[in-house]
Design a protein around this ligand. Sequence first.
Ligand code: ZN
Length: 265
Amino acid sequence: METNFWTDTHAHIHDDEYGRSVDEFISLADDKNVKRIITIGIDYDDSIKAAAVAEKYDNIYASVGMHPEYADKYNRDNDYERFLKLASNKKVVAVGETGLDFYYEENPEEKYQNILFKDMADIAGILNKMLVIHSRNAAEETIKILDEVMEKHSNLKGIFHCFDGNMNVLDWVKDKDFYISYAGNVTFKSAENLRQALLNTPKEKLLIETDSPYLAPVPVRGKKNMPANVSYTGEFVAQFLNIPYNILMGQLEDNIQRLTKGVLL
Ligand SMILES: [Zn+2]
């Protein structure tokens, strides 16, 4: 299939920390053929904002969830039900971002992160929406929890967002409804390991994202990132894999549509 636009599968644009407006993001993205954006919540209040923006704009979708960095703030009695309810919204296409992050020592203890991640995955399974996974220095533990949750929800599916190149994850996703999303850091000179992973990622598992406002790709590296820049990452990936842009766009579109069961316009 051929397509002529990109999707940014992971951005934080509903409450930009630099004060840029959603309208501005959409129009700049449009100029670069980026026609669809999934904006991602990191805690409950932030997720409400993400869902509200998705409600307002046709080409924006939301993911609602809680980042592992806030796992010690997660209160099952209070939060499980309200996330389940918020995630039921039609323009909410995913649950997350959530997962495990053992990179920063000041992050909440593993036991808290486990509880949060399992509950978020459970909600994704119940609603049959994709899980947006943040996994850093935690590949084995992430896979273990997903395997566990899948004993109950065999339909579980999702995205390893801002993929870190872990080969065990690449292996694990191969026979499952899980996908690998590359952020702008795949274009960085030092990111040989990510490009090696990219070569080993089946095309039907591939997605791209900005993770705006972080990780702006070459040639805008170091600037505040925005969804328009996913076009640079897309062009880089296409050139690196030696595929025409419109063919890569078509492949990525097939992938995200398969993952979201066609709810994206
Ligand atoms: Zn993110």
